[in-house]
Design a protein around this ligand. Structure first.
Ligand SMILES: O=C(O)CCC(=O)C(=O)O
Length: 240
């Protein structure tokens, strides 16, 4: 992979460092974005409000080119180091007319990390805009520079959030530590569809580095040791 960042990518990295997020315009053909949006809506038919489809690569493998877009990979490599991994197999996030705004938060794994959490990203998030993202249709809202404070938002905080606006085919990239949420969709008929791909650095979870423990032996260990070993044990072949 070409690791050299273009001037636009360098500027995006600077903004990610200082503000915690950036938007890159026109990385995806708008017609392809529109097609993916339509497919996503069919897959989620029957869901109302703010709807999610986790693991969307399974039913919609056409999302694969988004996950490996060279600009996104270069920026992810810049922040996460090589190699890094795709965490969530893509999640479609559909904000339908009338859907309420979400809860302001920082992303996993920071809920498991003592405060102050690091200002560098333990999770680098992308949201491909499969529709336009507008202030009315529920564009993701972020609070600039909050990744630098290392703290989670207080519950009722009015924190100075701004909507991440962009045309269909743009991508929002954010440091999982910056406070954010989906906006409310206050429109009557404007749908908002995003495809979220989340990238993690290799040090977050690397079970392949060490030999797996035999499952039969694991079963004989005390519960406290089983808990310590639960990610280091071989898969349960009898599991349904
Ligand atoms: O759908 C959105 O705009 C927000 C997504 C979000 O909060 C997240 O992926 O953590």
């Amino acid at each position: 992979m070409d690791q050299t960042l273009s001037p636009a990518e360098q500027a995006a990295c600077q903004q990610l460092k200082s503000q915690g997020y950036t938007v890159l315009e026109a990385l995806l053909d708008p017609e392809e974005a529109e097609r993916l949006d339509a497919r996503g809506r069919v897959l989620m038919a029957g869901k109302s409000g703010y709807a999610k489809l986790e693991g969307a690569l399974n039913p919609l493998p056409e999302l694969a080119p988004l996950c490996i877009h060279p600009a996104v990979l270069r920026i992810a490599g810049h922040f996460l180091g090589e190699p890094f991994y795709l965490l969530n197999n893509v999640c479609l996030m559909w904000c339908q007319p009338g859907a309420p705004g979400g809860r302001l938060h920082a992303d996993w794994p920071l809920g498991d990390v003592p405060e102050p959490y690091p200002s560098w990203p333990m999770l680098l998030q992308t949201m491909w805009m499969l529709t336009d993202f507008t202030a009315e249709n529920g564009a993701t809202r972020l609070v600039p520079a909050t990744h630098l404070g290392g703290r989670h938002p207080a519950l009722a905080q009015d924190a100075g959030e701004v909507p991440a606006l962009g045309r269909r085919g743009s991508v929002l990239i954010w440091n999982g530590g910056v406070w954010h949420r989906n906006g409310a969709n206050t429109s009557v008929d404007q749908h908002r569809m995003g495809a979220n791909a989340a990238y993690i650095p290799r040090f977050v979870h690397r079970p392949e580095l060490w030999p797996r423990l035999c499952r039969d032996l694991y079963r004989q260990f005390p519960a406290a040791l089983q808990q310590l070993l639960e990610r280091a044990v071989e898969p349960d072949s009898g599991a349904v």
